[in-house]
Design a protein around this ligand. Sequence first.
Ligand SMILES: Nc1nc2c(ncn2[C@@H]2O[C@H](COP(=O)(O)OP(=O)(O)O)[C@@H](O)[C@H]2O)c(=O)[nH]1
Ligand SMILES: [Mg+2]
Length: 239
Amino acid sequence: MSPASSVEISAVMPAFNEEGNLEQSVGRMAAALADQARAFEVIVVDDGSRDGTATLLARLKAIHPSLRVVRHPVNRGYGAALRSGFAAARYHWIFLMDADNQFDPADVAVLLAAATDADIVAGYRQRRRDPLPRRLNAWAFFTLVTILFGRLARDVNCAFKLIRRDLLVRMELHSEGALINTEVFVLARQLQARVVEVPVQHYPRTSGRQTGANLRVVFRAFSELLAFKAEMRKVEKAA
Ligand SMILES: Nc1nc2c(ncn2[C@@H]2O[C@H](COP(=O)(O)OP(=O)(O)O)[C@@H](O)[C@H]2O)c(=O)[nH]1
Ligand SMILES: [Mg+2]
């Protein structure tokens, strides 16, 4: 038994049109958690996928009893998907990982090794394996977030982190889109949560399409960001 095997983990994996990735990412996640956790569930949030994702997930449920599927009838966005996954989660730790095989779920061991005195263990990508336009866009967003909110984390949008569920339930999260990670860190700071950061490996996407640099996604993230900043100003003034 590994030293981490007393933990209970709900993995939350957002998926939009990931039929080429889910068999592998769900299989690897279930295997990693069977190895590392005393109890676990794998929650995939199918955010209105229009490819074969829903059919594939139904088939995977027969193979992996730990798999639970939450489905949005229409696509709502990354933040909405995470919030649905968080709401469905039952265990002590929530383990966020994207469904696109850009992370290795076995690296959860690296997060767990740092989890004892933490409320959030946030991975940061040592070397980000994304195309240049995606990295530039991420840099611009990260810079703006840092100007508006100060330093939150080394890699705010890294989709590989452990969050205590009892912390998450105290957060009123509203993001529908990619702002969700910023919202989590800002509220974590308000709640004086303990955040620990650890380096993790990142891999190129080999199947399906990245949407993280779509203009619609980017525009929504920026408009949510400005609205959230205005909201936080009001909260600070009232305090
Ligand atoms: N729920 C939801 N998930 C999405 C959406 N777009 C992408 N995803 C998922 O979010 C993860 C990251 O998406 P990706 O396009 O690879 O973004 P990037 O890695 O940040 O550039 C993947 O697991 C996608 O399936 C969306 O509109 N809704
Ligand atoms: Mg990705």
